[in-house]
Design a protein around this ligand. Structure first.
Ligand SMILES: *Cc1c(COP(=O)(O)O)cnc(C)c1O
Length: 477
C-alpha cells in the first residue's frame, strides 16, 4: 500500500511556500491589523462545528478556510499595541526554527535518539546558567512547555530533595503577588491548603520580609516543617521583584529551598537596569524563566535552571526496560531524566538559532529599550492631570488609572470609569488593554516588552483612553 499521507515534492513545496508566504505577510502587515479579536462560542460553533470528515479535500482549500476563519479569530500577541497579560513578541528566526524541528520531527527526549538535540539543550542551558550566574559545571536545567511546567518541575524537585516522601508537615511560602501557576503546582503535588502560606506584600508589591519571618517562626513553634520559599522576580501584575538577598538569607538560616519564579522578569538580567533589579537571583536553588515571554521566542518554551543537575535526575529518573538500550553514559544527558516528559519537541533549536543569528547584544538592546519605554510612559502619565500612576514602571510593566484632577470622583466611580475605558478600548479592537486589581483598585496595566512598540503607539492608546475617559466622566457630573 502507498501511504495515504504521501504528497509529491511539488505539492509539498507549493503548500509549504503558501504557509511561509502567509507568515511573512503577517510579519510585514501586523501594524496595519488590530490586535484584538472577539468571538462567542455560538459564533465559532457556527463556523467550525462539524463531524470529522471521512472524505478528503484539497489541502489548499483547508488552508484557505483556516486563513479566513482561524487566524483572524485570535488575538495578535506580537502586535505592538498588545499591552496586556504578557505579550509574546516572538521573532522570525525562531518561528522557522520551530518549523525545522517539526519538519524533521526530532525527538528531544534521549541522547541516543538525537545527540545534537540534547547537546544543543546542554549548550543553550549553559548559556542561561552563565547569564544568571549559576554554576555552569554543576548546574543544569531543562526546557519545558512554559513557566507553569517549569514551576511544577521545580517544586517537585524541591520536595524530593528536602522532604523525600514524607511531606505532610512541610510548609511552603509565597506572596499574594506570586503567579497562580505556583498554587496550581503545589496542589497538583498533593499538598493540602493548610501547608501553603500566602504572605502579604508591601506597598511596592514585594513580599513582606517581617511577615515571612513571623510565619516561619510560628510554623516552627507548632512543629511544622518549613521547606520552601517561592520568590517572584518580576511579578505578573507589577513587575516587582521580591527582596531576593533577604530571602536567600532566610533560606540559608532555616535550611529552606529557594525557588525564584522569574518567568516574567528573568530576561531583564540582559539589561543594565534589569541586572540591578534582579540582584541576588543567582542565590536561588531553582529558577524559572520563560523564553516565550521576554526572550522573544514563540510559544512554547519555558525553562527551569537548578544549582545542581543531579537534583533533577534524582527526582525524575526511572529506568524502564524499554529504555535501557539508550541510557548511555553519564555525560550524555537524557532529558527525559530531568523532567516530566519522555517525548519532547526540540525546543532548544529556536533558542539556539535566534541567539546565534542575532547575538545576545540584540536581546540586551531590545530589553533595555522596553524598560526605558515603560519609564517614558510613566513620565508621560505623571505629567498629565488626567492620569494617576498606581505602580511605577518596573521591568517594563506599569499600572495606572484615569483620575482627572478636576473632578472629585470616589473610589467606586474611579473603578467603574477605568473598567469602562478598558472595555471600550477592547471593543474598538485598537489595543489589547485590560485591567487588573491592585490594593482593591481597578487599574489599567501595560506590559511593554515588544521591541516594535514605539512611544507613539503608547501615546495614541493613552490619548484614545482619555477621549473615552472624558466622555464617561460626564455621566458622573
Ligand atoms: C507567565 C508566568 C508564569 C506562567 O508561565 P506560562 O508560560 O504561562 O506557563 C509563571 N510565573 C510568572 C511570574 C509568570 O509571569
Amino acid at each position: 500500500m502507498k501511504s495515504p499521507f504521501e504528497m509529491t515534492p511539488e505539492a509539498m513545496t507549493s503548500f509549504g511556500y503558501k504557509i511561509v508566504d502567509e507568515v511573512v505577510a503577517h510579519y510585514a502587515s501586523v501594524n496595519q491589523k488590530k490586535p484584538v479579536s472577539k468571538a462567542s462560542r455560538t459564533e465559532m460553533d457556527a463556523v467550525f462545528l462539524q463531524e470529522a470528515p471521512e472524505e478528503s479535500m484539497p489541502a489548499e482549500d483547508v488552508l484557505q478556510f483556516v486563513m479566513k476563519n482561524v487566524i483572524p479569530n485570535s488575538n495578535i500577541s506580537t502586535h505592538p499595541k498588545s499591552f496586556s497579560f504578557v505579550p509574546s513578541p516572538s521573532n522570525f528566526i525562531s518561528t522557522m526554527a520551530d518549523t525545522l524541528a517539526t519538519g524533521f520531527n526530532i525527538f528531544s527526549g534521549g541522547w541516543m535518539l538525537a545527540p545534537a538535540a540534547a547537546e544543543l539543550e546542554i549548550v543553550t542551558m549553559n548559556w542561561l546558567l552563565k547569564i544568571f550566574d549559576f554554576p555552569v559545571k554543576q548546574g543544569g536545567g531543562i526546557f519545558t512547555s512554559g513557566g507553569s511546567m517549569a514551576n511544577l518541575t521545580a517544586l517537585a524537585t524541591a520536595r524530593r530533595i528536602k522532604c523525600d516522601t514524607n511531606f505532610s508537615d512541610a510548609i511552603i511560602y509565597l506572596s499574594d503577588q506570586a503567579h497562580s501557576s505556583n498554587i496550581k503546582a503545589i496542589r497538583i503535588l498533593g499538598f493540602q491548603k493548610e501547608q501553603i502560606r500566602i504572605i502579604p506584600t508591601d506597598n511596592e508589591f514585594k513580599i513582606s520580609i517581617n511577615k515571612l519571618k513571623n510565619e516561619i517562626a510560628k510554623d516552627k513553634l507548632q512543629g511544622k516543617k518549613p521547606f520552601c520559599i517561592i520568590a517572584t522576580a518580576g511579578t505578573t501584575n507589577t513587575g516587582s521583584v521580591d527582596p531576593l538577598d533577604a530571602i536567600a538569607q532566610i533560606c540559608e538560616q532555616e535550611n529552606l529551598w529557594f525557588h525564584i519564579d522569574a518567568a516574567y522578569g528573568g530576561a531583564a538580567i540582559l539589561s543594565e537596569k534589569g541586572k540591578i533589579a534582579l540582584k541576588g537571583i543567582e542565590k536561588a536553588d531553582s529558577l524559572t524563566v520563560d523564553p516565550h515571554k521576554w526572550f522573544f521566542q514563540p510559544y512554547e518554551i519555558g525553562c527551569l535552571l537548578v544549582k545542581d543537575k543531579s537534583w533533577l535526575s534524582y527526582t525524575f529518573s526511572e529506568k524502564p526496560e524499554y529504555l535501557k538500550d539508550i541510557e548511555g553514559n553519564e555525560s550524555e544527558i537524557n532529558f527525559y531524566d530531568y523532567g516530566i516528559q519522555l517525548t519532547r519537541r526540540f525546543r532548544a533549536l529556536k533558542f539556539y538559532m535566534s541567539i546565534k543569528t542575532f547575538g545576545l547584544k540584540a536581546f540586551r538592546k531590545a530589553i533595555s529599550y522596553n524598560i526605558d519605554l515603560a519609564e517614558q510612559t510613566e513620565n508621560y502619565l505623571r505629567n498629565s492631570k488626567k492620569w494617576e500612576v498606581i505602580s511605577s514602571a518596573n521591568l517594563a510593566i506599569i499600572n495606572f488609572r484615569f483620575h482627572p484632577l478636576k473632578y472629585q470622583f470616589d473610589e467606586k466611580q474611579l473603578d467603574e470609569l477605568n473598567q469602562k475605558i478598558s472595555a471600550k478600548m477592547m471593543e474598538s479592537k485598537e489595543a489589547l488593554l485590560v485591567t487588573t486589581i491592585l490594593q482593591n483598585q481597578i487599574v489599567i496595566r501595560m506590559c511593554l516588552i515588544n521591541p516594535n512598540t514605539t512611544f507613539e503607539h503608547v501615546k495614541e492608546t493613552l490619548e484614545q483612553c482619555e477621549v473615552f475617559g472624558d466622555l464617561f466622566s460626564k455621566k458622573y457630573l
